[in-house]
Unconditional design. Sequence first.
Length: 561
Amino acid sequence: MDETSRTESPTQSRTTAELIVECLENEGVTHVFGIPGEENIRLVDALSRSTIDYVLTRHEQGASFMAEVYGRLTGKAGVCSATLGPGAINLLLGVADATTNSTPLVAISAQVGMRRSFKESHQGVDLVSMFAPVTKWSALVATPGSVPEMVRKAFKLAQTERPGAVYLAVPEDVEQADAAPEARPLHVNVPRPDDPSAAQLDRAAQILRAARNPIVLAGHGAARADAAEAVRRFAETLGVPVATTFHGKGVMPDDHPLALGAVGFMRHDYVNFGFDSADAIVAVGYELQEFDPIRINPRGDTPIIHIHRFPAEVDTHYDVAVGLHADIGRSLDALAQAVGPEQRYTAIGERIRTLLSAELDRGRTDDSFPLAPARIVADTRAALARSDIALVDTGALKMWMARLYPTYQPNTCLISNGLSTMGWTLPGAIAAKIARPEAKILVSTGDGSFLMNSQEIETALRVGTPMVILVWVDDAYGLISWKMDLEIGHNVDTRFTNPDFVAYAQSFGATGYRIGSADELLPTLREALAADTVSIIACPVDYSANSALIASLGELDDSFS
């Protein structure tokens, strides 16, 4: 029997690998990111004969970050694949990042065959146990007959709130074994929106009626739930100002008169003053891994209304007074109706927005070189359209982009603030372009993070995902230097040397740019974004602004009232 006739009918004999691919197609999977190995060649071969695109990467870590970003932007579990042993272990970081960032992901790797799994064996490690602490479910596909149930369970768990990663290990001998002719994918259920409890709504409304200065905190869950319009309606109906987390940037457009900006910076920032005066916090889709709630409720005595699909984690500084565990948009609309259109907005919000805008305006006209961080943020914003996507890597630049980069739509400024992983943005940008082909994609990364996964430049060029990679160059791990300066008065062992980034870009066949003055950055960004290729821009940055920012915030702390 040839391969074509064997796969035409589900009643015909086919391998477990082919059954896995059928189940992936049934789940709506369009891309699998990964690297093949000897032990999963049949799965990769079956994918090549399916409707699913296999995206060959240059490192399994890159594959896991691609799957994570795909899941974040689509709401459907991104899928990554690897061989056993070292290949699977390389997936681990992106898998952990997905779980801590509440992002749906399914990781599938090969494993040693069942006939040698009980003994010491070449490349044999307990992968299921290794992945268990960083996933919602980690399991071994021990028999061909379990595939339909296990794949369905994997996607159900990955995509159900709170979303996260799931891992499946497929032994080599199981992958190549014949699946039962009657085995078939299971039905995919789509959850229906649900309404909040009437009793809990009444309790939440009582808190807001008694409050005079409530504030909304919109987090990652609000972005995942497509609740941006509901957040805006709620804020406008009650006149309540809205702050976002780093993950929630764009849930409330930063040019809206009720927007306060993002909270989560390591010091008491402008937006924190809104929480200082708040007598009630409406937390919409907030999750504690986004930042420590002590920053917004230091005494632990501000009443919190928790609006999410699931109960909050227990924390002294996030002591929930009322929880609305239902569809976020419906909960917000129902709560606004229960409270009534009373004016709650206070003048403090206007001052916070003025301070934030003034800092960005100063950066926009700062001609110093190397460039001031605020100037890089301002030019990045000017070069991108409202719906374009910036992926912001971890480092000192994350603090500047999270604080100052105006964001107008959810998931257009992507930040990892759960695990705060370095090196995820370049591979993630490939998946971002696949998920949102109409958007321009910009990677904002430090020189330390950039080289961690720069091999994926080749992947981006090969699969045709144009992007601009803006490298903030300071020849150091800038955030660690900043922290050391703050905590111990100096920094040690954070500096390194870099390659010629322009020559490095050209060696891949990409386009390289080197910024030599402040006025070169914006036109270079625009030129690179207009090009249908991968571009790398090396932009020197002067992080002396870090200590100046901390000093200015400290002075503001003393005078703000």
